[in-house]
Write a new protein. Structure first.
Length: 305
């Protein structure tokens, strides 16, 4: 929202008379601080089409503007971390390259390392399983600067006091290629989102892009399509005690983990850039042709080069 000021919402009015359709992709729910939701009509009505990153956000705007339902599209974010074109035999090789061949079961958290993200839940699980699963290793994959961040310093202190130095690793900031390598090396990605998983979570998209089983949280924000995919094993973020038995089940039952991996691989295409672009082109064409009153799609539009 550019400093939470309303100036950006005036952009469409500089384009009148409007000769081309205008579309707005809402990557955020932010509005100017002064006036709040009173700005929403100015954000919605000047555009021919709106694209939302989450179903929950879409539904809230739909209640305000039900007559514009056909002008709305829900489109989650694809992953910016792409897996190799040929992932065969990549997992064993990735373990060698990341130096984690000693880990019998590699669990990865990918996201910001800060308070309020469920990281403490992962540490508690690691402490609980220290003896039961000696081959379990947790990787926290993100920028890590404990010399500058008090919360991260406290994490290191907790790890030291509980003797977990050989069980938990921090990668620090990585290139996209290195992130991909760690995801390929991992057995599972655990994402304890306090608000529940949804299409807006880039780390979730990255895990699915790499056909990596995901253990995460579910809430009213979680899209039905995500749950229907079967690619996620979920629990209620308010029931943190569920995390340990679910993880233990996946460690003890490799076939359950394998099924999650198969479902994640199948769902990968739904979150791919190809699908993302295809859906957008179809939406642009439909709204644009409707605006000019045409019913037939020209061949060069129906089959863009």
């Amino acid at each position: 929202m550019f400093g939470y000021r309303g100036a950006s919402l005036l952009f469409p009015f500089f384009m009148y008379p409007k000769k081309i359709p205008l579309f707005l992709t809402l990557h955020s729910q932010d509005l100017p601080r002064r006036g709040g939701r009173l700005w929403r009509p100015l954000q919605v009505l000047p555009y021919d089409g709106l694209i939302f990153y989450s179903k929950q956000f879409h539904d809230r705007i739909f209640r305000w503007f039900p007559r514009r339902a056909e002008r709305f599209l829900v489109q989650g974010f694809p992953s910016n971390i792409l897996r190799p074109n040929d992932p065969s035999n990549q997992a064993p090789l990735a373990k060698i390259r990341t130096g984690f061949t000693h880990a019998q079961f590699l669990m990865t958290y990918f996201g910001h390392i800060s308070a309020g993200r469920g990281i403490e839940d992962l540490l508690d699980v690691m402490k609980t399983f220290k003896v039961q699963y000696p081959g379990l290793h947790l990787i926290l994959m993100s920028q890590f600067k404990p010399e500058e961040d008090d919360y991260q310093r406290k994490l290191l202190e907790w790890i030291r006091l509980n003797g977990m130095e050989k069980k938990i690793s921090f990668t620090g900031r990585l290139s996209n290629e290195e992130v991909s390598r760690f995801l390929l090396a991992s057995d599972i990605c655990v994402l304890p989102f306090p608000d529940g998983a949804s299409f807006k979570n880039g780390s979730l998209s990255a895990a699915i892009e790499h056909s990596l089983p995901v253990l995460t949280t579910v809430s009213p924000l979680t899209e039905p399509q995500l749950l229907a995919s079967g690619a996620l094993l979920t629990y209620d973020p308010a029931q943190k005690s569920q995390l340990s038995p679910l993880l233990a089940h996946l460690i003890d039952q490799p076939q359950s983990l394998a099924q999650l991996k198969i479902k994640a691989a199948a769902f990968r295409d739904e979150l791919s850039w190809n699908k993302y672009i295809e859906n957008r082109i179809h939406f642009y064409n439909r709204i644009s042709l409707k605006r000019v009153g045409r019913t037939q799609v020209p061949s060069h539009v129906a089959n863009p080069k």
